[in-house]
Ligand binder design. Sequence first.
Ligand SMILES: NC(=O)c1ccc[n+]([C@@H]2O[C@H](COP(=O)([O-])OP(=O)(O)OC[C@H]3O[C@@H](n4cnc5c(N)ncnc54)[C@H](O)[C@@H]3O)[C@@H](O)[C@H]2O)c1
Ligand SMILES: [Zn+2]
Length: 704
Amino acid sequence: MDSFASGDVQPRDDRPAAPGKDDLQAAGVRAAELRAEITRHDHAYYVLDAPTIPDAEYDRLFRELQALESAYPALRSADSPTRRVGGRPLAQFAAVRHRLPMLSIRTETDTEASGAHAFDVRTRRELGLGEGDPEVEYAVELKFDGLAINLRYEHGALVQAATRGDGETGEDVTANVRTMRAIPLRLRGEAPPVLEIRGEIYLRRDDFEALNRRQAEAGDKVFVNPRNAAAGSIRQLDPAIAARRPLSFFAYGLGETVGWTLPPTHAGVLDAVAAFGLPVCGYREVVRGGAGLAGFHARIGALRETLAFDIDGVVYKVNALALQQRLGFLTREPRWAVAHKYPAQEAVTLLRDIEVQVGRTGALTPVARLEPVFVGGVTVTNATLHNQDEIDRKDVRIGDWVIVRRAGDVIPEVVAPVLERRTHELPRFVLLEAFPTCPVCGSHVVRGEDEAAARCTGGLFCPAQRKQALLHFAGRRAMDIDGLGDKLVDQLVDAAIVKTPVDLYRLDVPALAGLERMGEKSAQNLLAAIENSRSTTLMRFIFALGIRNVGEATARELARHFGKLDALMAAGVDALQQVPDVGPIVARSISEFFAESHNREVIEQLRAAGVQWQEDEPATALAGGFAGKTFVLTGTLLTLSRDEARALIEARGGKVAGSVSKKTHYVVAGAEAGSKLDKAQALGLAIVDEDGLRALLNETDMNG
Ligand SMILES: NC(=O)c1ccc[n+]([C@@H]2O[C@H](COP(=O)([O-])OP(=O)(O)OC[C@H]3O[C@@H](n4cnc5c(N)ncnc54)[C@H](O)[C@@H]3O)[C@@H](O)[C@H]2O)c1
Ligand SMILES: [Zn+2]
């Protein structure tokens, strides 16, 4: 077991009375380990904008080191990460020496209201306030999850924008920041000679998702979270790229000011900053005492998920600037402010296994079985992996350490594997290999080219799909069983009275009598409706089967084309594609459905139970000469309109498709044929002109 998993040490404020020599030695070894580890993560996070562990894990390491250093003062060293802010600035940017250092904020424990009260108690103590003294006033705001920036305005004009860097020296990112619409190039109103405004550059969640979609489509790097996307956008060298990134900004404080009379409170400062034309977040208040802080923490916690942007907590600041001055600073943080975080939404744990869940429509969702982990306020043991594409994209494998995310009431998900902790090669997970058959019903599992999900094909039989299948079967446009709605289907299935549609035809009054709110009269009505449905049409019956991709219109065409159910059930993919509107995807769904023996059994049982319809002779095509042949029409034909050409081809059993693919048999090219012709040539397809088409038509007519 390595350091992340064992990093559960809580900070200790009181030192042990007399640490033994061995303790000190062990603590020294651990502290050195932690420093190396933290330094590595600092680099990944601050310099590369690409962290490899969740913040909560990092915070745990950091607190453990702080606790060790406070317990064993001998271990303190000036170069410890606990003494420093942020990371080293990148050398590609010009260095900016901050007039006033840009610090970090102390973080209070994330347990309920205690963090709020602890800060209030400490502040009162440090200000020397006693019990009789009034409550301290605090300005409270959100802790935005982005990147700190210092904006320097001289005589109202933006002259420089700098990152925090290591707190003393930041990076000059003026050119990039100038492209941001949220940041005014000129202040409104009467501006002082020097005014430095500090705030956070961040990305809204929707902007972040759109950005990642664009990145993925362009084959570019996808960002882990909005914070890293914002930091990566500001800290790159081409302002044209920064200009295309949808960055937002909130001001939360000041740097150097010259020639400006400051308002007496922090809240007043933010009002003034807003009046200068900078965005200031509306979620801020002035409250009193620990209870006031705790109240704000709870209010924001409740609406956190509904915000348009990520926050990781709230920030409490002593409101009066005079008191802020009295409190002053520690090495890396002011004494007058703390961040009070919310329970972490991400954690690292072991992926023990991948199982699948079968949904109401037969879709198989891979589910991660996890070593239990506390995240987002609850213990999580399962998380969704969505589908095979997501597993491939994230490259998640059984045996990996994975980052798990649980935000609000959202289903926990596996975000990514921690690749650096994959110590030996693990096999890739392939859902169709792990689950060739449905774990619920044993029917075979398929995955269409058109969709991300793998599916159980046993639609009529599979217990997971039972309710959905019965509802569809009984629907008005299907078997039209009046009175068989959601509630009744739930009752019948939950009481195991009905498993497949066949069981409907075996119901009687005694079986129904036991159900809640089912009187004798309604039982009889239902039975009459079921009885009525025994006599139906082939089209309704086909539709009622609930074959994927087969709607009412397709069911009608199938019934017309095949005339008999057995002919439809025996048809292969090619024969199915002769039916109007049936393309390869629909043909595949149909043939997979009938290939599943569980479905065939249910159909046989339905027929045996007396479900019947009128069967017809198959509709015959004029001539079958073009059967199985796909044509694409392009350009203008001389004597035929497109519709006429199409009708002639279809009358002979051929199909006309809209686009050229490897599966196209003939491309009919008229005058001014464009890209379709180019593509046909590139694919080496048979290309005919209008005369050629006529010749083909004649030929089939003679042979047919
Ligand atoms: N995952 C990793 O590998 C990794 C590595 C390093 C740091 N981190 C994370 O970075 C954070 C520590 O970094 P930090 O020192 O920048 O501290 P911090 O981000 O927790 O707090 C200081 C920063 O908060 C920001 N802030 C947001 N809203 C504010 C407001 N209303 N008022 C004032 N400031 C506000 C400012 O940018 C300020 O610089 C932690 O959350 C830590 O988990 C993670
Ligand atoms: Zn199944």
